[in-house]
Design a protein. Sequence first.
Length: 406
Amino acid sequence: MRDRELRKRLRAIREPAPSPGLRVRLEEGIPGSFRRPERGRAPGRAWTMARIGTATAVGVAITVVAAWLFMTFVLGPASTAPAYAAVLETVAEATGEAGAVHMVLRMLTREGEDFPYVNLEGDLQEVEVWLQNPLQPGDRGRARVEKPDRIYCFDGKETIFYHPTRREATRGPGMYGGLDLFWPAGWVRQILHSPSPGVEVLEHVEADGTGRLVVREKGAEMGGRAPSSIGEFDRETEVVWDLATRRLAGLRRWVLEEGGKKLFAELVSIEYLPLLEEGIFTLDLPPDVTWAGVKEASTELALLGPREVAQRFFQAATEGDQATLEQLLPSPWFVKRILRFRVTRVEYLGEPFRSGTYPGVFVPYRVEYRRVKGAWGVSSGTAEHNLALRDDNPQRRWVVDGGIGF
């Protein structure tokens, strides 16, 4: 009697479907658990076990319920991953259906550095973004992202990167890597596709017409260098969306450091539009703009490894060899700067190492330098830093990309 009563109660249960992760594990442990039974199905039942022995069915059902309750209420945030993934998928899909967006953000970046750079000692800077959907079939989209010291503009064919303060620009085919990540749906999918257990859900609330999800993500392995870009820090992200449209309505991101957290970026405003005017994606450059880029190099320089390029770079900086500097450093503005400073002695040059999310390598150095100030005289000092080098250019050779601390 007790078994019959128990089976009756179990058949009456209208439990919701298990999470995708649990479903996979159950299917692995009990093959065929989610096949449609050969005949008969309780109306309204979200999922039904395949026909198996009665005693086994009762035991398995109790085990499933117990495991589900344990995972949901005992294991905590890690077990919510399937739920948050389902939520973010709908937000990403609805947000990505927009034709275009215009956004204003505030970011803790620094003058002279790219957008992902985290300036822990600085203030939030305004960043304005115009994006024509880069995910439309047959269309590469359009993009313009700018802050006071730099503008990226992709017109559908090429990207122009302009430094107004230097009056220097570069150009290249296609969309500059990273601009598509300003697409709001890209932010959501970036969190969605973080490898488990890379994301921990801290909060998930849906009320009063708004959804809110807060997640914590691990930063990259650094290996001998302090983090400097957003992807290298441990971080928390708050995603806010409209429950009616499922579109992204707000986003804030903090970096975690020294037991606290600091706001790195916040979405001030976002407009979803069907289309943007083509003129937005055209840059009017001054006639005296200087074009930067990787130049053709001698066969000798083209074959050098990263440490040898660093050696030649500092040698040229010591000797005032402008021609060599121009082959090793794509920015004419920086070449002129180094010639004004002039390295006087290389005290140390280390071995190349990879670190964080940077696509190249770093070579640690310590140099003495002398700065020529024209009519104001000369000053000197010591710089200790990591020279950044990369070889992802069309010539596939190592060039200096940054880390010039003098």
